[in-house]
Design a protein around this ligand. Structure first.
Ligand code: EPU
Length: 367
């Protein structure tokens, strides 16, 4: 079904569109219906057009945190809303708004170029601005939720826009209200724009082992935003494969958070265990370390494998499908559970038919 042409209020809806080039794991996926959202005014049409109104919806951002199936029988909405602006400022902060379809890395560079440092620890994270708050992206001691003011989203159920404050988003480690309630995954809300609150008084946040070591190696004791930006980009390029060359979805599992007692006992049995105490008394462990110790660093299973320089990254070495990713994910989880008694939770969204869920049917971790 093709509507005649795209316009600010009527999007072009295409049939049988291949999405392999739109997900960073490069999994083949044929969408029964597909549209590129270029104007928010197109949203009511997508809600009511009779051919698509009752079909399952899936909102696609940069496709960097997704495990797509071979076929998706519903409507995929690729968010291509563009624009970024200094929306205002007060004594303490700049308020910057970016449309959901902006590339995340380019947006952070733009804030730096315009004299608003603060987000530099999050450079080179793949994906779009609209996807960033959904899983509260984070790296090197900073999470999006730390500099978030509000987001605007279209509610397909109510047929109107809604604003969410930081508090309402309920950010946690790789978590937000959108993920927890399944709203995003069920295609209820489509995020159109995000507003960040960037403090005017810049403070470095190098408080993360790897980043501190990288700066120290360059003889930098009091870094500038530019020096942190360069160090972050160097680190990411060393450890994380570029999806254009080796398809991947970033970290494939969350770092597990366990009780202090469990972490202490595990640390006794495994003296090298990296441990990161959390504010609530629990301890975060390094999933990459656990996977490496379980023997999976650099190892393949069919066309998929765990990256040789960072065991937490699942890579597609060519020709993989969702099923093969699912099998490797299960094998890794079983290996880590058997060796350490820890259940790893996948980080990317497994898009499945009827509903899109992250399959977590196994027991919670001790703690
Ligand atoms: N480690 C190993 N072997 C490995 C990988 C890691 O021993 O193969 C050890 C490291 O030596 C280190 C610890 O595990 O002691 C942590 O590793 P790293 O600093 O590389 O970070 P991470 O915990 O594996 C997290 C985020 C990344 C983010 C980095 C840097 C999660 C799930 N991942 O990885 O985020 O870039 O910290 O801040 O929290 C992403 O979410 O897609 C992502 C890339």
């Amino acid at each position: 079904m093709n509507t005649p042409a795209t316009s600010p209020s009527f999007p072009l809806i295409q049939s049988d569109v291949e999405l392999q080039g739109r997900n960073t794991l490069a999994l083949p996926c044929k969408a029964a219906f597909f549209t590129e959202l270029t104007h928010p005014e197109q949203l009511p049409h997508l809600r009511t057009a009779p051919e698509i109104a009752r079909r399952q919806r899936f909102v696609l951002g940069g496709g960097s945190n997704l495990v797509l199936p071979r076929e998706f029988p519903g409507l995929v909405i690729a968010v291509a809303l563009k624009g970024r602006t200094l929306a205002g400022s007060d004594d303490a902060a700049h308020f910057v708004t970016a449309a959901a379809g902006e590339n995340w890395h380019d947006f952070v560079l733009w804030t730096l170029e315009n004299g608003m440092p603060g987000l530099e620890n999050l450079l080179l994270i793949p994906g779009s601005v609209g996807a960033a708050p959904i899983q509260n992206i984070g790296a090197y001691g900073l999470e999006v939720g730390d500099m978030f003011e509000a987001l605007d989203a279209y509610d397909f159920l109510a047929g109107k826009m809604r604003r969410f404050t930081a508090k309402e988003c309920a950010f946690g480690y790789r978590e937000s209200l959108f993920k927890r309630e399944g709203w995003h995954l069920e295609g209820r809300f489509l995020i159109t724009a995000v507003t960040f609150r960037i403090p005017k008084k810049w403070q470095p946040r190098p408080g993360y082992g790897d980043l501190m070591a990288e700066l120290a190696q360059c003889g930098i004791a009091t870094p500038t935003p530019e020096q942190i930006a360069e160090a972050v980009m160097r680190l990411r390029r060393q450890k994380l494969p570029d999806p254009a060359h080796l398809p991947n979805a970033g970290s494939f599992f969350q770092n597990p958070v366990v009780s202090a007692e469990f972490a202490a006992a595990l640390g006794k049995a495994h003296p090298g265990l990296p441990r990161y105490p959390q504010a609530d008394g629990q301890v975060k462990l390094a999933a990459g370390w656990l996977i490496e110790q379980a023997g999976w660093k650099g190892r393949n299973l069919g066309p998929v494998g765990m990256y040789e320089r960072q065991a937490l990254i699942l890579v597609n070495r060519g020709g993989a499908t969702q099923e093969e990713v699912r099998v490797l994910s299960r094998v890794i989880r079983e290996a880590v559970l058997a060796r350490f008694g820890i259940n790893l939770i996948p980080e990317p969204v497994f898009c499945v038919l009827r509903t899109a869920i992250c399959p977590d049917d196994s027991p919670k971790n001790p703690g």
